[in-house]
Ligand binder design. Sequence first.
Ligand code: ZN
Length: 173
Amino acid sequence: MTFYEDMSPYSYWKRGDIFTDKTTGLRFLTFEPAYERLNIGWLSDDQPWASGPVPPAFVESLTAALDVQAVNELMGLHECEFCPPLDMSSYEPLPGHQRSSVGTGEIRIPFKPGSAFAAPTLIGHYVIDHGYRPPAPFIDAVLAFDPRGTSSARYPWVHFPWIPEDAVLDEVE
Ligand SMILES: [Zn+2]
C-alpha cells in the first residue's frame, strides 16, 4: 500500500469524499470536504511505525466506525504488506487474526474543527492484529467520536458530522 506519514495532508484521492450507505450499498453521498484531511495508518513494510498497547475503548470505537463508515471505497484495494498475500476472492482473516489483511475504502474521524483524520479501513487490522499504535491525537479523536451517532437528518446513514449543503446524493436503482 502506498505509504503516507501519519498526520501528513491526505492526497490519496484528490477529489471529493464519497460516503457509501453501508446498509444498502446503493447510495453514495459525494462532496468537496470543507475540512482538512490528515493521513493516519497508511503503513508500509519499508517505513517504521509505532507499536504498543492502546486503550480497549479506542479499539471499540474504531471498530464501530469501521462498521458504519465506507468512504472512497471504490478507489482501489489495499493490502497489508506485513501479511502473506490473500486469495482475493476471500476477505476472511488469516488464522490467528481478527480482521482481514485486505480492504477497500477509508474512514473519517473528526479531529479539531475543520480537520478530520483519513485512515484506510485496514487500520483496524493494523491495530488489532499487528499492534499498531496510532499517534495520540488520533486515539483521542476516536475516543471522543460517537460513530453510531449522526448529525444529518437528510442523510442519517452518514455517520460523520460535517455534511455540507451541496452534497450530491446518487442512488443506484
Ligand atoms: Zn497484516
